[in-house]
Design a protein around this ligand. Sequence first.
Ligand code: ADP
Ligand code: MG
Length: 592
Amino acid sequence: MKEIARIFRYATGLNKFIVSIAILSLVVSASLLVTPFVIKYATDVIVAIASGQGGNLAQLWPLLAIIGGSSLLVVVLNSINGYLGDILAARLRQQLSERYYQHLLALPQSYYDETETGKIINRLSRAISDISQFINQLANNFLQMLITVGVSIAIMWWYSPWVAVIIGAQIPVYIFLGAQSSKKWTKFQKQHNTLYDKASSRFAEVIGQMKVVKSFNSQQREYASFQRRFGKMVGITYKQSRHWYFYSTLRTACQAVVYTAVYAILFIATAQRAMSIGDMVLLLTLVQQTRMPLQFINFYIDMYQKAVTNSQDYEEVMRTKPDVDTGSKDVDVAGKDIVYDKVSFAYEAKDKRVLQAVSFTIPAGSRVALVGASGGGKSTLANLLMRLYEPQSGAIVIGGIAISDMPLARLRNQIATVFQEAALFSGTIRENIAYGMPWATDEQIQSAAKQANAYEFIMELPKGFDTKVGERGTKLSGGQKQRIAIARAILKDAPILILDEATSALDTRSERAVQEALDRLMQGRTVLIIAHRLSTIAEVDKIITLKRGKVDEIGTPAELAKSGGIYNQLLDLQMGGSSANQKKLKKYDIAV
Ligand SMILES: Nc1ncnc2c1ncn2[C@@H]1O[C@H](COP(=O)(O)OP(=O)(O)O)[C@@H](O)[C@H]1O
Ligand SMILES: [Mg+2]
């Protein structure tokens, strides 16, 4: 129960529903228990009339009225209870989802490097549906069942202790059987979940990268692997279902024997006049009332186990530590140098260091380019500046303050980025440009688009700025998407700018338009460029070359052109122009 209780920590304001439902359940159970007594009394009256021992039919009317009235009351209260249960479950779902999403949004980038999207989404929907269903059942039926069974057995005890003992003895047996079967059932369920997560993650990835799938003609292969996973899932369901029905049969058979025995006791006792007919009818009704709830014990245990299993998954996500954001030093980074001070970093603590004691300065308002082999840590240096990851040692300092001491949002607000792949959201072009600044006016958005060389092509689209682009911007060319991303960065108007191979995904023609837009974007900002063309690098104020995770050289393009270092070699390679040379250039993420 403590797992479920833990889940309730994430929900607030639900107690009033739980208490109301509990009280209503109590009333319903009481009303249900009235009926057997009334029937008993009626039977006594009927037996008396029928055997000519007095009494009259008029005595029966109020009894029928009570039976009818209490049935109606039960119907109405049950409906109210159902309604409250629905609201309780809906509120719980809402709160659990909100907390989960809120938490996910705060999780570090490393979490997303490792976890498939499908798994993240499935975990939520599973946890939420199973937990809220369990709570709903618990509130609506379980409590009522518990009270009905408990009180029924107590009354039976009064009339016939044997019957009470036999009926009561079923409970521990069913709980034992339920727990027994549940363990294995949950194991199957976990296997099933894992397969389902894999299949659906892959499904989402394939849909998201349909172009790649098509270009490699791998539809059939993807389909086959999907089929394979679902086939395995069905296999598990077979086993799971067989397992379930085995125990279910065992339980129901057990119950059939028990109830037959109880009937025998009641019939014999009544026939031998040890019990009145009225008492027999009362007990038969009570016994009958316990039958359904007892059968459901297993069902409740399963639901409970499922809720527990899935709440553990939920908990696990919720326990993952979010980004540390304890920084309180508010710094306006405009006009301040960015200093990398002996920064060492590995993505995983056990991994080899990607960066080793890297130190350099990006003077305020200048353009600094990073050059190094592909996989040499250039993008990593940019990631660290945005604090998507924290260095293992060393620090990045802006204006004398380490960025780890700044509030995360404040830091990221002051950095604009343009990456290799322009990430667009489904929605209009206007929304995409204003993504970082939803309150921007039309004039601001248009002006940003103009500076980004995007205005003209946007106006040529059927609906202009209101044109909807697909989730991945599928309706735009690479260069167009990139110019939208640049317009977004222009609108953000941040003092620091990171360009990570912003033109590398483009052909030469669209690149020119993008390059022009980038030049405008770079005006008056401190820029970290991971360039894709030597021509871009030639125009920066300073080049930093990286070799094996360390800074190799630092200097102006003119200085490094003669130093014999990496940049020098790259220039020579470019001059040479042979295909072998081009290959070598590629290794440095440099276009040819
Ligand atoms: N999210 C990540 N998790 C683990 N390793 C990573 C991650 N991103 C990059 N790396 C590794 O870190 C190294 C540096 O990568 P990166 O900074 O992207 O190189 P560059 O941008 O210079 O091509 C590479 O060896 C790469 O495999
Ligand atoms: Mg890179």
